[in-house]
Design a binder for this molecule. Structure first.
Ligand code: BEZ
Length: 211
């Protein structure tokens, strides 16, 4: 059955460019991103992996480990990583799974047969430290993902996990956030010393609490 938000992210062992990995061991107690690519030596995928490598510090600052998947074999991955490093001016610094037998693709429902019978679409999962699926996005092969949006969602997820706030439409780091409805206004005033602006009983803003 397909995964849904809140489900436990399935564990697996896989061959990667960094040796055999147990997914849960790789993630440890931090956050994770597992994302798939249709194929090695393709242009959009090359830019996506380059951008991910470029954002290494951003992921590290958020305690996020990144793991890429494609169904191509390991020897092709090694050659492709050289190309990515050369053309995108980066050092790919995260493992790529060689999912030749489609184990990971099947577990995470990454093959959408009406898009392609054989290759994975651009699936991306954000996984929290308790190994729950917190974000799932699916892009077509022809559209490269916006990795700043992925960082933005991770910031939002981490604020929710740590401070009982959610984030409004188009929220950006530094802007006011929303007090979750489970917290009463009375408690919110105690919990958020920077202030609570009550627009409606269910719509209460407070400055971003971790700044
Ligand atoms: C690409 O990465 O450019 C790509 C991969 C598969 C299909 C279409 C585009």
């Amino acid at each position: 059955m397909a995964l849904r938000l809140g489900d436990v992210a399935p564990n697996f062992k896989a061959q990667t460019t960094a040796g055999e990995i147990d997914f849960y061991d790789y993630l440890g107690n931090g956050w994770g991103i597992l994302f798939s690519h249709p194929a090695d030596f393709t242009p959009v995928c090359t830019t996506e992996l380059g951008k991910t490598a470029l954002l290494k510090e951003e992921f590290a600052n958020r305690n996020v480990k990144v793991l890429a998947v494609s169904v191509d074999p390991l020897d092709r991955h090694y050659g492709w990583v050289n190309d990515i490093n050369e053309t995108q001016n980066v050092e790919v610094n995260f493992p790529l799974i060689a999912d030749n037998d489609r184990t990971v693709a099947s577990l995470y429902d990454m093959i959408h047969p009406n898009a392609s019978e054989t290759s994975t679409v651009r699936s991306l999962f954000v996984i929290s430290p308790d190994k729950k699926v917190k974000l799932m996005i699916t892009y077509p092969a022809s559209t490269g993902r916006n990795f700043y949006e992925i960082l933005r969602v991770i910031d939002s997820l981490q604020l929710t996990a740590n401070y009982s706030v959610s984030t409004p439409a188009d929220w950006k780091h530094g802007e006011d956030v929303i007090v979750v409805t489970a917290v009463s206004t009375e408690d919110a005033i105690k919990k958020f010393p920077k202030g609570v602006k009550v627009v409606k009983p269910y719509l209460r803003y407070t400055p971003q609490p971790n700044l």
